[in-house]
Design a protein around this ligand. Structure first.
Ligand SMILES: O=C(O)CCC(=O)C(=O)O
Length: 291
């Protein structure tokens, strides 16, 4: 690829809401080759955008959520955020808020069979697709195809037990994990449960990639705790891009503008003040099978 092409890619495919590449800080862990962490490459508007998408849009039907028709109204199952937003009864709102634990996108993971069912597929959101392809491109995975997403919702005090993500048929492709809101303690182990894991904090905006040797390693979130800083409200420190014309137009620019409006942002701010959101993106099939 020549320099012009490289610049074209860098410019034309930059999802809006990211800091320029030269400001990114990317770390590897000595004992965990293939595990990469980029410390918050998002602007505050970028963080708000992905928080709002994860709460308002991604749980919308036909995407699948953990809330079932036995315990929740059909309106809640199909549009959880709207129902939470309009609920005025405190205890019901609390139940609605804390019951939402996951949404799946694209190829939907079947939690009972622990497999991806090819028949259960909805459109993968184009903005998240572009974001993940951009990170993959920058980190050296130019053929990456985002196909399945899990949005994990963690009210403070909740956790996720140790597991491996092995149901994808393609284990060569990395897994991308975006953290927003409250801070998580993340444990990363090795291929068996015998080895001692390493612990790291995942803070709002952090992007974690599990690739190569670490792709199939055990990992867990034993704790979500109150953050010291709220980068989604940090207007001062982050340079904002002025023009949208260079950016990938897969994003919802209307939402991107709305999230800077205090009134619009208020319900999202209330949610994220004591919760964490994790967006987890995977390629399920091999790139050849997708063409
Ligand atoms: O919340 C996280 O950081 C990890 C989520 C995870 O491991 C998963 O969805 O498989």
């Amino acid at each position: 690829m020549n320099i012009t092409e490289l610049h074209m890619r860098e410019y034309l495919n930059i999802p809006i809401g990211l800091r320029p590449l030269h400001m990114w800080r990317c770390y590897m862990l000595k004992n965990h080759p293939g595990l990469l962490v980029i410390r918050n490459p998002f602007t505050f508007t970028g963080q708000r955008y992905w928080i709002a998408r994860s709460l308002r849009d991604y749980p919308l039907a036909p995407n699948i959520v953990n809330l079932d028709a036995k315990h929740f109204s059909s309106n809640t199952v199909s549009d959880w955020w709207r129902e939470l937003h309009k609920c005025t009864e405190k205890s019901i709102a609390h139940r609605l808020k804390t019951s939402m634990r996951w949404t799946t996108l694209g190829y939907h993971y079947n939690w009972d069979t622990k497999a991806y069912d090819e028949a259960m597929h909805t459109l993968f959101p184009i903005d998240l697709f572009s974001l993940s392809q951009y990170f993959a491109y920058v980190l050296g995975f130019p053929n990456y195809i985002p196909q399945a997403g899990i949005i994990n919702y963690y009210p403070i005090g909740t956790c996720l037990s140790g597991h491996t993500d092995h149901s994808e048929l393609n284990h060569e492709a990395p897994l991308f994990s975006y953290s927003f809101g409250q801070t998580a303690i993340f444990l990363i182990g090795q291929n068996t449960q015998e080895e001692q894991p390493s612990a790291l904090f995942l803070r709002s905006g952090d992007v974690l990639t599990m690739s190569r040797e670490s792709r199939l390693c055990y990992h867990a979130v034993p704790r979500v705790m109150k953050t010291q800083k709220e980068p989604w409200n940090d207007f001062l420190t982050i340079p904002q891009w002025k023009s949208k014309e260079f950016f990938n137009n897969s994003m919802n620019f209307e939402l991107y503008d709305q999230v800077t409006d205090t009134c619009f942002w208020m319900p999202f701010n209330r949610y994220i003040a004591d919760s964490r959101i994790n967006i987890n993106v995977r390629q399920v099939f091999s790139s050849d099978d997708c063409l």
